[in-house]
Design a protein around this ligand. Structure first.
Ligand SMILES: *Cc1c(COP(=O)(O)O)cnc(C)c1O
Length: 494
């Protein structure tokens, strides 16, 4: 399997090279030249396998330049003991039609662990396979969860360093505390004065600044990405769409081959894109429900075919979805345009220069056939949290609640009763303040005390990784202007 850039199909690399580099040299994203197929017979064979076996099967379809032993090494390292559940993505049934796939049983309590626990091993293997002798410096822009998950994944991994940028006033207190107390000898963490889009743009600028990169190449460093633009992030996410489907089949609620919906709380469009990949590989999917918060740029895009980031940016109770530039959308556009790389390069250029692009009718019709876009605001999110607890004794986090709320609107608008899996992207403990508010509790305490209240009053356990967070040493407190991110990199590596 070869990988091309979305902006130039003549760029053609192996998966190891795509993972090592992160972003293609023309600023495009690496995409597989075609979707490998998974048949119903394959699905039947996977039915009785555990998550690790399923992951090995799916990964080997894309990473054809990896040996079976290499894939086995990466998968078992990532998924054997790092998650607090035997299945890293267990499915919980809420109603006859509605399931929740909990993606947050990893070391940082958010869904990004599923990809970021395995990425360092994929990266290490890719470095070795491509004969690279430089130290790989992972640059990460985070809206909160990626940063911590990447730090946990890469800490003390040989041959790598990791530098994380987060919006200083744009993440929850718990998220910030998780990052600034990070342990490890190869980690650097910086706040920036700006929002997530500024951080992401700054990181992309570093990758495409040839002079800057060359300077560090000479010193023995190469830059790479752990953001969801890296194909090594995407492919592990494809696995849990197959796995959660198989688990619902196994429960007897659907038959193999029956279609289901997925509802996905969406920000950078990585998670829901993995669902789209799974569907193209052969997973029976009816609708992909793309759920947004008040930053509803994707809702508008799905409904109108116009992507326009010239709008106000809001901080919401679901900060990991506070995004106006959804990078992975580029990969979807590429497929919808039948791999027309020139067109994608043009659209992305318009996005860069005008902050806006319009897709043609045909692409828009294809989007509307498969995707439903909706959004709910913070007030509604609180109501959904309260109702979900009242009706199902289940406490969702704020991001998951957005997906539940948009799914409920979808039912009202369409009457579709296809069984639906809600992708649950964070533990409620990561966002305790707003979750407690939704549950009708006043929440005027310091953040750590809120965890205890949530646990005590709703008979839940504080996840181990969050225990004693308040007693850890703060190691990082530097804040840079959004225009000076290169200085932070230079200072870290000198
Ligand atoms: C990152 C994240 C999202 C958004 O996922 P994307 O892949 O960026 O669309 C949603 N919820 C939580 C909790 C997250 O951490």
């Amino acid at each position: 399997m070869k990988f091309n850039s979305t902006r130039n199909r003549e760029i053609e690399v192996t998966s190891a090279f795509a993972i090592k580099n992160g972003l293609a040299s023309d600023g495009g994203l690496y995409v597989p030249e075609e979707f490998p197929k998974v048949s119903l017979n394959d699905l039947e064979m996977l039915l009785d396998k555990d998550y690790i076996q399923r992951a090995k099967f799916i990964l080997s379809k894309y990473l054809t330049d990896f040996t079976a032993d290499e894939i086995e090494y990466c998968v078992t390292k990532a998924y054997t003991s790092k998650f607090d559940s035997e299945n890293p993505a267990p499915v919980v049934k809420l109603t006859d039609n509605q399931y929740v796939c909990e993606l947050w049983h990893g070391p940082t309590c958010a869904f990004k662990d599923i990809a970021l626990q395995i990425l360092p091993y994929l990266m290490k293997t890719s470095i070795k396979k491509t004969g690279e002798d430089k130290t790989v410096v992972i640059l990460v822009a985070t809206s909160g969860d990626t940063g911590k998950a990447a730090l946990e994944g890469f800490k003390d991994v040989e041959g790598t360093k990791i530098i994380v940028f987060f919006p200083n006033n744009g993440v929850s207190d718990i998220q910030k505390l998780q990052m600034v107390t990070q342990e490890g000898n190869n980690v650097y963490v910086f706040g920036i004065k700006g929002n997530f889009d500024n951080a992401q743009t700054g990181v992309k600028e570093i990758f495409t600044d040839k002079e800057f990169c060359d300077k560090f190449n000479e010193k023995g460093y190469m830059f790479s990405s752990a953001n969801s633009i890296n194909f090594g992030r995407l492919v592990p996410q494809v696995v849990y769409y197959f796995s959660s489907y198989l688990d619902v089949v196994k429960s007897g609620d659907i038959k193999l081959g029956d279609k289901i919906n997925f509802a996905v709380p969406t920000g950078n469009f990585g998670n829901i894109l993995a669902a789209y990949y799974a569907m193209n590989m052969g997973l029976p999917v009816n609708k992909l429900i793309c759920a947004s918060n008040r930053n509803n740029i994707l809702t508008d895009f799905i409904n109108t075919g116009i992507y326009d980031k010239n709008r106000e940016f809001y901080q919401t109770a679901s900060p990991s979805m506070d995004i106006l530039i959804s990078s992975n959308l580029e990969r979807l556009l590429y497929e919808l345009a039948d791999k027309d790389d020139k067109l994608i390069a043009e659209l992305m250029n318009e996005l860069k220069n005008k902050g806006r692009y319009v897709i043609n009718k045909e692409m828009h019709n294809r989007i509307k056939d498969l995707f439903y876009g909706g959004f709910i605001d913070d007030d509604k999110t609180m109501t959904v949290i309260g109702n979900t607890y009242k009706e199902h004794q289940y406490v969702p986090d704020t991001h998951t609640a957005v997906a539940i709320g948009v799914y409920e609107d979808y039912i009202k608008n369409t009457g579709d009763n296809t069984k639906t899996i809600i992708m649950s992207t964070a533990s409620p403990f990561k966002f305790s303040k707003d979750v407690l508010k939704g549950l009708g509790k006043t929440a005027d305490f310091d953040d750590y005390r809120l965890l205890e209240i949530l646990a005590e009053e709703f008979s839940l356990n504080i996840p181990k990784p969050l225990l004693n967070l308040n007693k850890k040493e703060i190691r990082f407190n530097e804040v840079y202007d959004k225009n000076n991110m290169k200085d932070a990199v230079t200072n870290s590596l000198n």
